[in-house]
Design a binder for this molecule. Structure first.
Ligand code: DAH
Length: 327
């Protein structure tokens, strides 16, 4: 027994080779059920108690030695394969992770949820729009300079068809066909004839809001938008209303939120101008309403510290990957 152990030990120590076949040969010869070491264990069972005491440990040591050698041979084999370019273990694992929501979709969903929780429903409308809905019914008089506020893509002259410059067009479409009360938010894409840069783009996204009922007041507008700002940006957020001008609201206001050391404008709003209600066949003596419109990109930029609008439409995976798991 002693001699056999010694000779196998030597064989193991001297064994060399780093090909996959050599490693497998070693395993069969010294580790497998048919191995010489396994045979020795069979012989061992037949030994006297005395002999068992003598050889037990050496035999176990031999087994351990064989196992350790197999590990070192296999790692040599891996290195060898790497060297020969058969398998490159330094390559990153295949990217099988799931995708992410687009940051604009995340922010849009957040905005919608906040308003849905307080009873607003969701509507949408066309991006290719008639002048009436995009401008005239919203109290933009023809040839009035207010139309210049929004650089427009015209699709045809007669009848005037445009790519909508804002989601406010859907206000008119809804008020024309529905009786108040109505309480809706309208997310969607809008278009402006602007040069693409970090700060402006030829298309972007808005969420419009409209609430029409009896006795809707400026206080209702403020309460709703304060609530929105705190839900969206946190309860410490301070809110400021500044007088502004939009043809379709009177009075009009822009809302700023406290941001870092200053204020940042996030939306336009106001009480729906009685002319607009009347244009849609709603009696402005009986009903009043408020409306607001906010840019989704603007809010996403604030929330995530993004400083270039173009990132939203370039589909750069390195950018998009950062929103994995966010919703
Ligand atoms: N439509 C405006 C824009 O795109 C935003 C806006 C301002 C919408 C005031 C409104 C509002 O509904 O009441 O600049």
């Amino acid at each position: 027994m002693k001699d056999k152990i010694e000779s196998i030990k030597k064989d193991i120590e001297q064994y060399s080779g780093s090909s996959a076949e050599a490693v497998e040969d070693f395993r069969v010869k010294f580790i497998s059920k048919k191995s010489v070491i396994n045979d020795l264990f069979e012989d061992f069972k037949k030994l006297s108690v005395e002999d068992k005491k003598e050889f037990g440990k050496t035999l176990n040591d031999l087994k351990t030695l064989a196992k350790e050698k197999l590990v070192s041979l296999s790692s040599g084999s891996i290195k060898n394969n790497t060297k020969n370019n058969t398998i490159d273990f330094s390559l990153p694992a295949e990217d099988d992770s799931v995708g992410s929501l687009h940051p604009l979709r995340i922010v849009r969903n957040n905005i919608i949820k906040i308003f849905r929780d307080i009873g607003f429903s969701i509507e949408d409308g066309p991006e290719i729009e008639e002048d009436w809905y995009n401008f005239t019914a919203l109290n933009f008089p023809e040839n009035h300079p207010a139309r210049e506020m929004q650089d427009t893509f015209f699709i045809s002259k007669d009848p005037d068809t445009v790519l909508r410059t804002h989601t406010s067009n859907v206000q008119i479409r809804l008020m024309e066909k529905q009786e108040p009360p109505m309480r809706v938010v309208i997310p969607g894409r809008v278009y402006r004839n602007e040069t693409v840069s970090a700060k402006s783009h030829c298309f972007f996204h808005q969420v419009e809001g409209l609430y029409v009922d009896k006795n809707v007041s400026f206080k209702d507008l403020k309460d709703t938008l304060y609530y929105f700002a705190k839900e969206m940006f946190g309860s410490d957020t301070k809110v400021r209303f500044r007088p502004s001008y939009f043809p379709f609201t009177e009075p009009s206001a822009e809302m700023d939120i406290s941001w870092k050391d200053g204020w940042l404008e996030i939306l336009g709003s106001g009480l729906v101008d009685p002319n607009v209600l009347e244009n849609c066949g709603i009696d402005s003596k009986e009903y009043s309403g408020f409306a607001f419109g906010m840019g989704i990109e603007r809010i996403a930029m604030l929330k995530y510290g993004i400083d270039d609008l173009r990132l939203f439409s370039e589909n750069d995976k390195r950018f998009l990957k950062q929103f994995r798991g966010v919703h």
